[in-house]
Design a protein. Sequence first.
Length: 155
Amino acid sequence: MMSGASGVSGGADSVVKELTRGVTLQRIAGGQIIILTISRTVPEAVDAWAEASLRMLDVWPPDRPYLLLHDVSTPGVALTPYIRQRSRELATAAPHVGGRVAVLLPRGALGRVIRIYLNYLSRNANRTLRAFLDRDEALAWLREALPPEPPPTYS
């Protein structure tokens, strides 16, 4: 469903790829942390976002923690019945894959409503789910779960 790669730089080790209008995917920390941003909640954008999440869960190495930031902080993103349905599907998918999922929320009333919904979802989630209002805090929480780098080997 990669309708186009925008090639917008997002840092030293990341490239932002547009999956469809309103959904981007970015890998950081050497590909160990994924950032999925959704800025539209029309069904085709929700499907692209959910399917990208499910594909990553299917291929995630079992020896690595699954570390994902869902960025839903764009003003105007709504908690539609369809996005709630797809969110429930993601929360219980791939029970064998452990890790952390951070959700970056919009500030204000909508963010509070989404936080309440995430608390409900986290009861049945297979990964630790936590809501944030600050992107740097969300990424710091995900980075805490990165496995330590192996020590260098010398011959």
